[in-house]
Design a protein around this ligand. Structure first.
Ligand code: GLA
Length: 589
């Protein structure tokens, strides 16, 4: 069997010094039928390793479930890496950050009475042990010493930026060993003395996360990791985007130069991201350092391989740099870029959200408000309903809105409260009387810092003119799967050309004889979600920066594809357009 160890100076593959040239590729952000293509293109850029996180919350949407079907088939992903002759680095967390909802921690974990997370807490440790035991049959037989591709496992993720609980790290290492992992373990931290000191243990190989000033950062890392290979485990070659901000890019020359410095200094590298992919569905995370900032749907990341799997100028520049350090075959390069096609689809079928509620599940009645987490509902939308009767002026206010509330009185829109604007109160019409409904969107759980695990929905109390509203009916809206809504829309025969006045589902069909990927333009639409053949492409929002959604080709058939849109506000045209190119929005410069 092959061996992989950490020597006094180098990583050692079968006893020989080895440099890791790795690229991050998250299987959970790429359609499974495209995994092989993306992995091959990584090898063709000169990489010898693929790195992935494992998102615990995606595999375990509820306690007791561990889903490894379709796009969550990590074993298949690792087998494809092996089939391409590459190695794998796996980062099972349990916390992964990654601009992913809650940094990968299941929201239900926080209802189980854990006093602390990412710490030596018995409830948290028991849950993560169960999680790692589920991963064992996937990971253990695929380690290099068992003939598989896995050469390294990372423990936690930038733990030094969060905590300093050595007992937690020690126990986490123990659990990872007990489930049968035998390859070397690493940690990653930002190259600051306190973080590197707190984020690791003497027996773990320390690595750094950074995207520039490589020489200086490696020096800092060397002070904390006096022996063995230096590795940048997250070499940031681009960045993520927030709704309402600009699309982040880096210059090709600077990124390629920084990579070259790293390689010249003999370091190993994991390019973060080699290929970013997409936050499909409701999977995006958020940041909050005083202002809540949800992550957009695209995770293109300005990576060398773009969201649609096309090699960019950065890809070719990186390939040139890597070619100086390893032999590459110039005939073995990716095929030219695939272009989307332009056509419009009308959306004649429509179902107001109000008329779809009986398909969503049972209402429950409560004395006082409940968060969506209180109801065991962990993502997407929740509808709150109560009756009011006010004389004179009426001001509605909440302790906290997470994250965006649309307020309706007798189904008429009254206004919106947004967490990112720190809004908690709203004027209702004078003498407001009738059914008050509040549609609340969880726009993604914070994935970094102390706000991990905070509940969503309406938090605390609601009042009108200072008087608490006690009686509530609450309905979770499970929008991950909308098959019953799609079917109801399909049954409609009458064509409608009425304006799109939300919240409403609208739907149409289209053929796609040519095959290949598409880019859906969201111009003219305000805010909502899109599904193609029942698969959720993710959220859109007129705020931008992104104005197209990526539609992976494998989702499409040559005939009779269904596109379903939930528009929360309004659209001017009752049609959508597919466009030839991706539009990820304005950049800073
Ligand atoms: C850190 C985290 C990653 C990711 C990047 C930013 O390095 O470890 O998961 O969040 O920041 O993209």
């Amino acid at each position: 069997m092959p061996t992989f160890t950490i020597g006094e100076q180098d990583f050692m593959l079968d006893g020989q010094p080895h440099r890791i040239l790795s690229g991050a590729l998250h299987y959970f952000r790429v359609h499974p039928d495209q995994w092989a293509d993306r992995i091959r293109k990584a090898r063709q850029m000169g990489l010898n390793t693929i790195e992935t996180y494992v998102p615990w919350n995606a595999h375990a949407p509820a306690p007791g479930i561990f889903d490894t079907s379709d796009g969550l088939d990590l074993g298949r992903f690792l087998d494809l890496i092996a089939a391409e002759g590459m190695h794998a680095i796996v980062r099972p967390g349990p916390y992964i950050c990654a601009e992913w909802d809650n940094g990968g921690l299941p929201a239900w974990l926080f209802d189980r009475g854990a006093a602390a997370i990412r710490a030596d807490d018995p409830v948290y440790m028991a849950a993560l042990t169960e999680y790692l035991e589920h991963l064992a049959p996937i990971l253990v037989p695929r380690q290099i010493d068992a003939g598989g591709p896995i050469i390294l496992i990372q423990i936690e993720n930038e733990y030094g930026a969060y905590g300093a609980d050595r007992f937690y790290l020690e126990k986490l290492v123990k659990v990872n060993r007990e489930i049968g992992l035998t390859v070397p373990f690493t940690t990653v931290d930002q190259p600051q003395d306190d973080m590197l000191a707190n984020g690791s243990l003497p027996e773990l190989h320390k690595t750094g996360s950074f995207g520039s000033r490589s020489a200086e950062r490696l020096e800092t890392l060397r002070r904390h990791q006096p022996t063995g290979p230096l590795m940048c485990s997250e070499f940031w070659v681009g960045w993520f985007d927030h709704w309402g901000a600009h699309h982040h890019t880096t210059t090709v020359e600077q990124s390629a130069h920084d990579l070259e410095v790293l390689l010249e200094l003999g370091a190993s590298v994991n390019i973060y991201m080699f290929h970013g992919g997409t936050n499909f569905g409701l999977t995006n995370g958020a940041n909050d350092k005083g202002v809540y900032q949800p992550i957009v749907t695209s995770y293109d990341y300005d990576a060398p391989l773009d969201e649609a799997g096309n090699p960019t100028a950065k890809y070719w520049a990186f390939r040139d740099v890597i070619a100086k350090y390893t032999a590459l075959d110039d005939d073995d390069v990716p095929a030219p870029a695939h272009l989307g096609s332009s056509f419009s689809v009308s959306l004649p079928q429509s179902l107001p959200l109000w008329d779809s509620l009986d398909r969503m599940g049972p209402w429950t009645s409560h004395e006082g408000l409940r968060t969506s987490d209180d109801l065991g509902h962990y993502s997407g939308f929740t509808l709150y309903r109560t009756e009011i009767s006010v004389s004179g002026t009426a001001v509605l206010d909440f302790d906290e809105v997470r994250d965006r509330a649309q307020v309706f009185l007798d189904r008429q829109p009254v206004g919106t409260l947004s967490r990112d604007h720190h809004e908690t109160s709203l004027a209702l019409p004078d003498h407001a009387t009738g059914v008050l409904e509040i549609l609340v969107e969880d726009q993604g759980r914070v994935n970094y810092g102390p706000r991990l695990g905070e509940p969503k929905g309406l938090v605390g109390s609601a009042r009108i003119n200072g008087e608490v509203l006690w009686t509530w009916d609450i309905l979770p809206l499970p929008l991950d799967h909308v098959s019953s809504v799609v079917q109801a829309l399909e049954k409609q025969t009458s064509d409608s050309d009425a304006a799109v006045s939300g919240p409403v589902f609208v739907q149409g069909t289209f053929d796609h004889a040519g095959g290949g990927d598409l880019f859906l333009s969201t111009e003219g639409w305000t805010k909502g979600m899109v599904w193609v053949n029942g698969f959720s492409l993710g959220r859109y929002w007129s705020r931008g920066p992104q104005h197209t959604l990526y539609v992976p080709g494998p989702l499409l058939r040559s005939e009779s594809n269904t596109i379903t849109v939930l528009e929360l506000h309004a659209a001017t045209r009752r049609s959508v357009a597919f466009v030839a190119t991706h539009n990820l929005g304005h950049t800073e410069f």
